[in-house]
Design a binder for this molecule. Structure first.
Ligand code: ADP
Ligand code: MG
Length: 730
């Protein structure tokens, strides 16, 4: 046997356990060694029967005086009761529904027990304690030095710090301890991929020590030290990956677009507002990148409403006036339309041709425009008339690709835009890429995933924004909230209503165990559930609650023209067409459709079933209001004011700042939901150490050093390519 031996060759992994282990990705002995505990039960102190006190945790060794099963009829339960004695007294141990214990725990045997002491009317007892029947050699040691400090070798479950593993159905920690402990001897066979110099500089455990201490630590400090070692591995590899990818990009070619101060000055001074400091810095960083002879790969990360569009417009303008094309890809038609209008407005004094390409057709100059705005129709053959049956839309000379709400596109779609044919001899020229996202990425995370390279952050809101007031609406306050909404509408304001999807019956979307492919297949179902939810809510609001108001709905199954009409009507109110007959007061929409829309007269964001959405999404919805001069509100309707959910929602009441929320979420619940990093592919331990800025910085510094002479470190190279194969960051 060796590290690569498949688990099915192990004695206690049969047909039953093998698939359960495989579900966790465990195929070999090595994988088992790398299946780390999530915490430890502390049984370091062993006591005597006379020391026992109620509600304590205790570990003790004694002789089994008796053991029997009893059936408890009213509760249909089997109770196994044992009496255990040592030289100081007797105590009862009780297990529920494990009648088979009488076959292992036999009278006269010595047994080690660890568990919680409970008190009932008959006295104290150990409830469901972990147990180990001592073997002869263990027993003789115990007998020989019978004091509570003596170490008994090979206790897996009841002495010292006992690992508790993340359990899935049918795989208990007890089983995993049993399986892993004897395999730890293989840890001496593991070649440490981390060079000695790094181990020394960073004072990290070598891999063998690390493996032993992370599974069966000699102290909690040692366990922490071991966890840090393996977290470092992951962070170091993430840094190597980020740095080497950056290097690859720098070896590619792009057109260098010289910074043109006059154009930018003209553009900035033509705006109706002054750019925020953050916008100025971000724009500067982008324009600097465009000058480079290799492709930019920059993420513009700014909270909803922080003004990303205008930054993109300036970069596109400079590109266009330098004689190249820029493309802007948005996730929805509504949004592409809105960008087209924004660009038309802010660029009207400049000599650039604009085009819009969506599945509904072409506006403006289409593909021969200097700046082409569109949906995925820009890249897909099926998408629209523009593609003319070709695989990719052909641009004349695309030099800048902007992807708005980049998380809404897949990796392939992003790559497709960059691959778009751009003219004749430019095959090897790659467009500069600017991705934009409103999902706030905390600094530590940015540093981990992107190596902190090429991210511009808009963490400052444009002046004059009114703070959005966020309120939690429990069932008993519903009527009051409806009245408030009506009053706002009477004042001329408008309302968004978002309703949660009706849960998908198969749980395919929610269940992260379902493969990504299958989840995508169910997107159609998903759409159906959302549409259904919108229709139900629309009926309720338009026919009952707000009969007197103009209610409309918007969902993903409507025709593009219909959607556009509705959005146009909704945007028109409060504008020049204010008071017109066809305007819309309340727009009921799905969670998918509304991303990015800008309607300054809308002041209320009402969210039904708020507890069903993630914090990130809720924050995005909230950002749809508070864009005009009127005070705005975000009303979180919740049917189940459970303590856990409300605590989560309360974070939203505390701050309007997305970056702060992200940090808060990172602290409260660990990374995951807010930033969508659960699916991000970041390995677990790295995740757990995301709050440790220092460790991340160290990992980055070491990665930089190693990368200079990677060929001198074959083990690191090998590990990196395995890592690249297995870890896909979104
Ligand atoms: P997001 O970052 O969410 O995409 P947008 O680009 O849609 O935000 O901008 C939101 C609104 O803020 C738009 O109406 C835009 O015109 C306006 N805006 C952008 N920058 C500024 C600024 N510096 N001062 C005032 N308003 C701004
Ligand atoms: Mg936007």
């Amino acid at each position: 046997m060796n590290l690569e031996t498949p688990i099915e060759n192990l004695r206690y992994v049969g047909k039953i356990y093998q698939p359960r282990l495989k579900k966790l990705g465990i195929k070999t002995i090595r994988d088992l060694l790398w299946h780390f505990p999530m915490r430890y039960d502390d049984w370091t102190e062993r006591g005597k029967v006379e020391d026992i006190k109620p509600n304590q945790k205790i570990s003790l060794i004694g002789k089994v005086a008796s053991i029997e099963n009893k059936r408890i009829f009213p509760r249909r339960m089997i109770l196994t009761t044992a009496s255990i004695e040592d030289e100081t007294g007797k105590v009862k141990a009780v297990w529920y529904n494990q009648p088979f214990l009488v076959n292992t725990i036999k009278p006269e045997k010595f047994i080690s027990l660890s568990g919680k002491v409970k008190l009932d009317k008959y006295g104290v007892y150990l409830q469901n304690p972990a147990y180990e029947v001592l073997k002869n050699d263990q027993f003789s040691i115990f007998n020989f030095q019978s004091n509570s400090k003596s170490q008994i070798p090979n206790l897996k479950h009841t002495a010292g710090l006992i690992p508790v593993y993340p359990e899935t159905e049918g795989l208990t920690s007890r089983y995993l301890r049993f399986l892993i402990k004897p395999l730890l001897k293989f840890s001496s066979k593991v070649q440490d991929f981390l060079p000695k110099e790094i181990l020394e500089r960073q004072r990290l455990d070598d891999v063998r020590t690390g493996l032993n201490e992370i599974h069966f630590p000699s102290s909690l400090e040692k366990a922490d030290q071991a966890r840090k070692r393996f977290a470092f591995d992951e962070l170091f590899l993430l840094q190597l990956k980020a740095l080497s990818e950056r290097r690859k990009i720098q070896q590619q070619k792009a057109v260098s677009i010289k910074f043109n101060q006059e154009i930018i000055k003209n553009f900035v001074s033509s705006l109706a507002f002054e750019l925020t400091g953050a916008q100025k810095i971000a724009l500067w960083e982008i324009l600097k990148d465009l000058e480079k002879p290799y492709p930019m790969n920059r993420l513009l990360n700014g909270d909803v409403g922080s003004g990303k569009t205008i930054v993109a417009a300036a970069a596109a303008l400079e590109t266009a006036l330098a004689g190249y094309q820029a493309a802007i890809m948005a996730p929805t038609e509504v949004l592409a339309n809105q960008h087209f209008q924004t660009f038309s407005k802010v660029l009207k004094n400049f000599d650039v041709k604009l085009g819009l390409i969506t599945s509904s057709g072409i506006k403006g100059h289409g593909l021969s425009s200097d700046i082409v705005i569109g949906t995925h129709s820009l890249i897909s053959a099926k998408g629209g008339p523009a593609s003319g049956g070709q695989k990719n839309v052909s641009f004349k000379n695309l030099a800048l690709a902007v992807i708005d709400e980049q998380h809404r596109f897949g990796v392939d779609q992003r790559a497709a835009l960059l691959r778009s044919e751009s003219g004749n001899n430019s095959k090897f020229i790659i467009p500069h890429l600017l991705s934009m996202t409103a999902t706030p990425i905390p600094r530590t995370l940015a540093l981990t995933v992107y190596g902190d390279l090429d991210i511009s952050i808009l963490d400052e809101m444009p002046k004059g924004r009114t703070l959005i007031e966020t309120k939690l609406i429990p069932p008993e306050k519903r009527d009051e909230a409806y009245n408030f909404i009506r009053a706002e509408v009477k004042e001329g304001r408008q309302v968004f209503v978002i309703c949660p999807r009706i849960e998908d019956p198969n749980g395919k979307i929610q269940n992260s165990n379902v493969k990504k492919k299958e989840r995508q297949l169910s997107f159609k179902d998903y759409l159906n559930y959302e549409v259904k939810a919108v229709k139900v809510e629309y009926e309720k609001l338009s026919k009952e609650i707000f009969k007197d108001l103009r209610v409309a709905m918007l969902h993903g199954k409507m025709k593009s023209k219909e959607k556009e009409n509705i959005m146009a009507k909704f945007s028109a109110k409060g504008g020049s067409a204010s008071g017109g007959k066809n305007n819309i007061d309340i727009l009921v929409s799905t969670s998918v459709i509304e991303v990015g829309v800008d309607v300054p007269n809308a002041t209320i964001m009402m969210i039904e079933g708020a507890e069903k959405f993630g914090l990130a999404q809720l924050h995005q919805f909230r950002g749809r209001v508070g864009r005009g001069k009127h005070k705005s509100y975000c009303l979180l309707f919740t049917e189940s004011p459970l303590v856990g959910t409300t605590r989560r929602l309360e974070a939203l009441l505390k701050t309007n700042n997305g970056f702060k929320l992200a940090e808060m979420d990172l602290k409260i619940r660990g990374p995951g939901e807010f930033t969508g990093t659960k699916q991000s592919g970041i390995p677990d331990l790295a995740m757990a150490f995301l709050a440790d800025m220092n460790l991340i910085k160290q990992a980055r510094a070491e990665a930089k050093l190693i990368l200079k002479n990677l060929n001198r470190y074959p083990l690191v190279s090998k590990k990196l390519s395995e890592f690249n194969k297995n870890v896909h960051l979104e």
